[in-house]
Ligand binder design. Sequence first.
Ligand code: UDP
Length: 329
Amino acid sequence: MTVLVLGGAGYIGSHTVYELIDLGEDVVVADNLQTGHIEAIHSKARFYKGDIRDKEFLDNIFKNEKIDAVIHFAANSLVGESMTNPLKYYDNNLFGTMILLKSMLEHNVDKIVFSSTAAVYGEPEKIPIFENDNTMPTNTYGETKLSMEKMFKWVSKANGLKYVSLRYFNACGAHASGNIGEDHTPETHLIPLVLQVPLKKRKYISVFGNDYETPDGTCIRDYVHVTDLAYAHISAVDYLKHGGDNNIFNLGNGCGFSVLEVIEAAKKVTGYDIPVEISPRRAGDPAKLVASSDKAKTILHWTPKYGSLEKIIESAWIWHKNHPSGFLS
Ligand code: UDP
């Protein structure tokens, strides 16, 4: 099987490519390298540099390669940035996906697995969150991902496309090989920022708000290892290949950890003190997001391997310690 991974030089994309190649699949990567890293692309993948908003670029890939399924990671994904620059998100995430679907339809490629997000739920009414709970995004990022899901739904009805949407909770950790890990510029995610303190790249970690309605006042999230997310994508491709119908799955560990709990776990893993400064809330942040992933476990037979927060942080710590400047190290 040949799988086209859009955004395969990015964080979750590159980890998925590694797992696909480990399984002996043929992999084509497309990435514009705006946020992805050339060093993150597996040497056994065929790489095309370009942008999903460029239809000729996509048409050329579908002409050159015999693609069986697409895994689509090529999107902007920062909550904070999406609140200050919403049109960037509509352009890349929504317009880009529209061009992609046009090109897929023209080349009779009918299977796609796509990165969605817990941000589609907004402020949940209850925890854990199930796939059929209300979707009311509180930020532009989540809104564009929800619109992408709807685009797939309507194109599927009209043109027979088959899709799986994977709503990730908080992706974190790094590959066991130590070759790839998280490297965003600017970094905005909690775990890599926390680990910058023991790496002496920052003096303290800012905690965005301690007045939420949670036991310690800080936001609660469901942290899931990036390799576990990679497995889920591969299971989803397999599910579509075997005739599975359009579907939406949450991917999380089902355990919520507050920002302060993450910092405590990082202190244990690294053996360093990590000073905290309380800052104002970040726009668009819901208080609590924790998944029920029962559906993915039952239907996709997804079995996450990294259950514990400490194990996840440990894998991230190994990556960041050995690559203090990310892929440029
Ligand atoms: N957070 C924080 N300080 C930081 C970065 C993040 O307090 O420097 C909080 C953020 O407000 C959220 C949680 O950590 O409650 C996880 O944020 P992240 O950006 O890692 O992921 P998101 O939940 O936005 O996908």
